[in-house]
Design a protein around this ligand. Structure first.
Ligand SMILES: O=C(O)CCC(=O)C(=O)O
Ligand SMILES: [Fe+2]
Length: 273
C-alpha cells in the first residue's frame, strides 16, 4: 500500500511538473514576443570581441591559479570554490568554480561594480536584469564526463556573460557550445522534459530529439559572450588539451528574480552546469 501510494504521489507530482512546463513555455513565448528583434533575441546569444584587456585576462588567470584548491571550501570572506569532482552525478568532474571571484581582484571588482555588464546585457535584451554573481570557471581537459546538451533551467530564462580569459583556438581546447535559436525550441524542450521525467533523468537534460549537432565558437581571450541559458548548450565534449579559464557572470531577468542573495557555499540548481 505504501509503495503504491508513493508511486501515485510521484505520478501526480510528475504530471504537475509537466503541465507547469507547458504553461511556462507559453508565458516564455509571450516574454520573448515583447522583446526587441535583434541578433541576441533571435539567436539567443551574441559574441563581442576584445571586451577585456589581454593583460587583465592574464592577471585574472594568475589569481585563479593562486586560489585553486582540490576540495570545495571558503577562500575569503564571501568567496568560495566549488570542486565538481565531489558531485555525486560524476559529471563535469574536471570543473572548478570560484564564486564571487571579483572580490579577489580590485580591477575586476571595479568592472563588476561599474555595472557595464548589466547595462550591455540590458541593451541586448531590452529588459532589466540582475547580476547574481561573478565566478571564475576552471576547466581542465575532459573528454569523458562533460555534461551533454542541457539548459541551466527550464523557462523562465536566466542569462550568463562568459568572458574567455584564455584563447580557445580549436574545438580541442574546450569551447562553449550553444545551438542558435534553441531557446525557442519549445516542443523539443517539452519532449526532453517528458522523457527526463519518465526515465528519472535531470529535467534540464536536452540531448535527445536534436540529432548530431556540432555547434561551437572559438574565441580569443577577452571575448565576451552573452548567452540565454534556456538555449541548448554544453561545454565541448572534445576538450583534449589546455586548461580553459573563463569568467561566468550569472544573471536573472528582474521580473523573475526572487531578490535572494546568491547563497553562500551552495550554488542553486539554476546556476549549475
Ligand atoms: O563549459 C562550458 O562551456 C559550458 C558551461 C555551462 O554549461 C554553463 O555555464 O552553463
Ligand atoms: Fe549550462
Amino acid at each position: 500500500m505504501t509503495i503504491f501510494s508513493t508511486l501515485v504521489m510521484q505520478m501526480i507530482k510528475s504530471t504537475a511538473y509537466f503541465i507547469n512546463s507547458i504553461i511556462k513555455e507559453i508565458s516564455d513565448a509571450y516574454y520573448w514576443s515583447k522583446l526587441p528583434n535583434n541578433e541576441f533575441t533571435k539567436k539567443g546569444f551574441v559574441i563581442i570581441e576584445n571586451f577585456l584587456d589581454s593583460d587583465l585576462c592574464d592577471e585574472l588567470v594568475q589569481v585563479g591559479i593562486e586560489n585553486s584548491k582540490e576540495k570545495s571550501q571558503m577562500i575569503a570572506d564571501n568567496v568560495w570554490i566549488n570542486v565538481r569532482a565531489e558531485a555525486a552525478d560524476g559529471k563535469d568532474s574536471k570543473v572548478k568554480n570560484i564564486f564571487n571571484f571579483n572580490l579577489l581582484n580590485k580591477k575586476l571588482d571595479n568592472l563588476i561594480n561599474s555595472n557595464v555588464l548589466t547595462e550591455k546585457l540590458e541593451a541586448q535584451l531590452g529588459d532589466k536584469v540582475i547580476l547574481k554573481t561573478c565566478s571564475l570557471q576552471i576547466d581542465e581537459p575532459d573528454t569523458r564526463t562533460k555534461r551533454s546538451w542541457h539548459v541551466d533551467r527550464n523557462p523562465p530564462p536566466t542569462f550568463k556573460a562568459f568572458i574567455y580569459l584564455t584563447d580557445v583556438d580549436s574545438e580541442l581546447e574546450g569551447p562553449y557550445c550553444a545551438i542558435p535559436r534553441s531557446h525557442k525550441w519549445r516542443v523539443k524542450r517539452l519532449l526532453n522534459i517528458f522523457t527526463n521525467i519518465v526515465t528519472g533523468a535531470k529535467r534540464s537534460d536536452m540531448h535527445r530529439y536534436i540529432g548530431e549537432r556540432d555547434d561551437y565558437f572559438l574565441a580569443k581571450k577577452g571575448t565576451l559572450i552573452f548567452s540565454t541559458q534556456t538555449l541548448f548548450h554544453r561545454g565541448s565534449p572534445k576538450h583534449e588539451k589546455k586548461t580553459r579559464y573563463m569568467l561566468i557572470n550569472y544573471f536573472k531577468a528582474e521580473k523573475y528574480d526572487d531578490g535572494k542573495e546568491f547563497e553562500l557555499g551552495k550554488p542553486e540548481e539554476w546556476m549549475m552546469n
